[in-house]
Design a protein around this ligand. Structure first.
Ligand SMILES: C[S@@+](CC[C@H](N)C(=O)[O-])C[C@H]1O[C@@H](n2cnc3c(N)ncnc32)[C@H](O)[C@@H]1O
Length: 492
């Protein structure tokens, strides 16, 4: 039953702290799984895809009544998984040794199969593939991105060891037609695209942490922070770190000197374990001091304790509305439920995001702070940026939005300029310039999740307040905002 018990937890929409990420990342980042994450993902994905039909078959076959009579306790989700395997999987068998639940379900095999046949007749379907589902194959990512982890290896070595991936081509289109090709990305160094069916996760390089699966847009923050060779960051902070994609990516940019470090903060106790596992795998024993993890709320840190930190990545919890892989889970939510979460929730999230960013902008030597979300909503993106730019303490300390040339200038999609009118009024050029300090990625259309990043830079202007005065102002975040953050912690 282990496989089904492990898969069961992923069948319901994520209710823990944070967004939890896409279904795929939730499963692949769960450190405690005994079964292969790939196997579990395939099972959960397919069960969710056919869930509506499985429910109908279960109801019509009256199998639940039999299970109750036999006093066999089985949750609905577990039953969906088992019935899925019996009817919808290619092997058509329950992956379970001898077990009373298996026996009880197999006693009903004929009835279950009869209901399945009726369903196929109703939809004139020859196989499960022809049945209508809420989830089209469009919900699958058109391309899978991975980066060669330069802490452990080099692209040259990786390609030498994996000659299968030898056909390097520039990624001219995100529509990869077939496995067998590998595409170099135009924007992020050491990032490659492959067909989603490519078996990367079984390669020794993946298992050893030499390559890391990471969405392209999610690689933007570390790249924006570290792209400029004149910025010699040695100490940086990742304020909201788990599961650690951006932490490990940031670490890969640091010079390999003894004092180079990424301070990674994570306040959630479960997620901090995943962060530790990922960082250990990515750095290995040789570079184990490259990342220092602290299990704490980032806003409780004292910026004066980090006098050498010059750059920060702030990727706080958000609505996760850009994660299209989640469509399969969203398909389970009632429309009404979806509507209810909107504006109020987004504003609460924005309040929290503002608070974390304001804290990040207090670090005395910081000169660059990259803010990001995987949300498509302006509430959590440009509007947070505008509120920060209009904040009197932040203005006084010399923080500004960076110019486009230091924020992946060739990437075509920038911030939404209309959102900046509160700052620049009708001055189109100024709005455009501000929007240029931000990048956006559209879900699917840009070959991955929806994403937003903005880069703040500090110019040493003469009129700015001394940093210690700013530090004293951190406590002006009112109690209401504190409460919101507490409440908020249920989202990501
Ligand atoms: C969007 S996720 C970060 C994803 C991560 N940057 C990555 O690329 O793998 C946000 C994370 O921030 C954590 N978090 C939220 N508020 C925090 C705070 N005040 N201090 C530290 N961590 C926080 C959440 O628990 C969650 O794990």
């Amino acid at each position: 039953m282990k496989l089904y018990f492990e898969a069961e937890q992923f069948l319901s929409p994520y209710k823990g702290k944070g967004s939890g990420g896409s279904l795929q990342s939730r499963i692949f980042n769960e450190a405690k799984l005994v079964n292969s994450p790939k196997h579990i993902y395939a099972l959960v994905y397919s069960t969710l895809k056919y869930k509506e039909h499985i429910q109908t078959i279960i109801r019509k076959s009256k199998i639940k009544q039999t299970l109750q009579t036999k006093k066999l306790k089985i949750s609905d989700n577990l039953l969906f998984l088992v019935v899925h395997d019996l009817l919808f999987s290619s092997k058509g068998r329950i992956q379970l040794g001898k077990h009373p639940i298996k026996d009880a379900i197999l006693q009903h095999k004929t009835r279950l199969q009869a209901e399945y046949t009726k369903l196929k007749l109703k939809y004139k379907a020859k196989s499960a593939e022809d049945l209508p589902t809420n989830v089209s194959t469009d919900d699958e990512t058109p391309i899978r991105w991975f980066r060669v982890n330069t802490i452990k290896t080099t692209p040259e070595k990786f390609f030498k060891d994996h000659p299968f991936f030898a056909k390097l081509e520039p990624v001219s289109s995100i529509d990869i037609k077939a496995p067998g090709f590998i595409y170099t990305d135009d924007y992020i160094p050491n990032l490659y695209g492959i067909h989603p069916k490519e078996k990367l996760t079984s390669t020794p390089a993946y298992l050893k942490g030499e390559v890391i699966i990471q969405d392209r847009a999610s690689c933007f923050p570390a790249h924006i922070l570290n792209d400029d060779p004149s910025d010699k960051h040695v100490e940086i902070i990742d304020s909201c770190a788990a599961p650690g994609n951006k932490t490990t990516h940031c670490a890969s940019y640091l010079p390999r000197t003894e004092d180079s470090v990424v301070y990674a903060f994570e306040r959630d106790s479960n997620r901090v374990k995943v962060l530790k596992t990922m960082c250990e795998k990515a750095t290995g024993t040789k570079n184990k001091n490259l990342i220092q993890i602290t299990h704490t709320d980032f806003t409780s840190t004292n910026p004066q304790d980090f006098p050498n930190v010059t750059g920060l990545v702030v990727d706080p919890s958000c609505s996760g509305s850009g994660i299209f892989g989640r469509a399969i889970e969203d398909a389970q939510l009632q429309e009404q439920e979806k509507e209810e979460i909107d504006t109020e929730r987004l504003n609460r999230l924005a309040g929290f995001q503002f608070k974390i960013m304001k804290h990040a902008l207090l670090f005395p030597k910081a000169r660059k702070v990259v803010y990001s979300t995987c949300s498509i909503h302006p509430h959590e993106n440009e509007r947070v940026v505008v509120d920060l730019l209009m904040d009197k303490d932040i203005k006084a300390s010399g923080w500004q939005l960076a110019s486009r040339d230091v924020v992946i200038s060739e990437w075509p999609k920038r911030g939404w300029k209309e959102e900046f009118t509160a700052i620049c009024g009708g001055n189109e050029e100024e709005c455009e310039a501000l929007a240029g300090g931000c990048v956006r990625a559209t879900p699917k259309e840009d070959g991955g999740i929806g994403f937003f990043a903005a880069c703040f830079v500090k110019n040493d202007i003469k009129s700015r307040k001394p940093d210690n005065m700013l530090q004293n102002n951190t406590n002006d975040i009112d109690e209401e905002a504190e409460e919101q953050d507490e409440e908020w912690s249920g989202f990501d």
